[in-house]
Design a protein around this ligand. Structure first.
Ligand SMILES: C[S@@+](CC[C@H](N)C(=O)[O-])C[C@H]1O[C@@H](n2cnc3c(N)ncnc32)[C@H](O)[C@@H]1O
Length: 273
């Protein structure tokens, strides 16, 4: 059974794809390339693959034929992923894509059998500690490298500064850690939790920063991010509500006139068995 949950909108994923692409760690891809064994065809499983952004970024940075298997609980996003497959590998070899509707926190041992690489992007902070542990167990059981990209770490910087920034940021982080029927979400605690789980298996885990650095060129993404950030903060801290609308409008005006800068910290993890 696939749990119903808050859905991630295709529009949001489309808006963030270029900023994600600029943020992902190229150093970890270089390391990964050195670890991948020469094969006729790499089989790459993308957990929570959504509309396929990770493959569109990574496939052309790897060599040789690739078959991507995208796992997601959202059938609409998977359809978009199949409709927008990655370009060829860096040596021109073919890349194919297959979609599998599944709950990545409940993968069976056979689901990732034969994988050459497992990846996930912008997923870990959406999980509970138990879901994270189960997902990582399925990844490490494959014995292949695992690339876990773009997990939020809870540091947001805005310039110019505003007196309400710290309170909105704290309320947003608390919202990311909210209780759900499945348990408390990890939000900004996901990276240390994942590193601890993975190192306990003896794996080598390399962590690199992958921040969004948004400025005048990202007005659309910045406005959407700001709206979501402030709404989540207001849901968490009802006392913020009276000030939050004015704060959002101040910040949106700055985003529109190109005077706002936003940094949203993330981390990328490369796990080498
Ligand atoms: C923020 S989106 C990231 C999508 C994509 N990886 C990217 O980088 O653009 C998170 C994705 O994880 C999926 N997801 C979250 N929890 C899941 C679960 N338990 N099983 C399967 N998919 C899940 C969501 O449906 C969504 O597509």
């Amino acid at each position: 059974m696939i749990a119903e949950a808050v859905r991630v909108s295709p529009g949001w994923l489309g808006l963030r794809e270029p900023a994600d692409a600029a943020a992902r760690s190229p150093e970890l891809v270089e390391r990964l390339r050195r670890q991948l064994p020469p094969r006729d065809r790499l089989v790459i499983h993308d957990l929570g693959g959504g509309s396929g952004a990770m493959g569109r970024w990574l496939a052309p940075r790897l060599s040789g034929a690739q078959h991507w298997v995208l796992h997601d609980r959202d059938a609409d996003l998977l359809r978009l992923a199949v409709a927008g497959p990655p370009g060829p590998a860096d040596d021109g070899a073919a890349v194919s894509v297959e979609a599998r509707r599944s709950d990545v926190t409940r993968l069976e041992p056979g689901d990732l059998a034969g994988a050459s690489l497992v990846v996930a992007s912008a997923l870990l902070d959406m999980l509970t500690a138990e879901q994270l542990a189960a997902t990582l167990r399925a990844c490490t059981a494959t014995g292949c490298p695992v690339l876990l990209a773009l997990t939020v770490v809870g540091r947001v910087g805005l310039t110019p500064a505003d007196p309400l920034d710290a309170r909105v940021a704290a309320a947003f982080d608390a919202h990311q850690r909210r209780a759900t029927p499945e348990g408390r979400l990890l939000g900004p605690d996901a990276v240390p939790a994942a590193v601890e789980e993975l190192r306990a298996t003896g794996a080598d885990v390399v962590v690199r920063p992958s921040p969004w650095r948004l400025g005048a060129a990202h007005a659309g993404l910045m406005a959407e991010w700001l709206r979501g950030w402030v709404v989540a903060a207001g849901e968490q801290d009802a006392a913020l509500a009276t000030e939050a609308d004015a704060y959002r409008d101040r910040r949106l005006a700055q985003a529109t006139d190109g005077t706002l800068g936003v940094t949203v910290a993330h981390a990328d993890l490369l796990v080498l068995p």
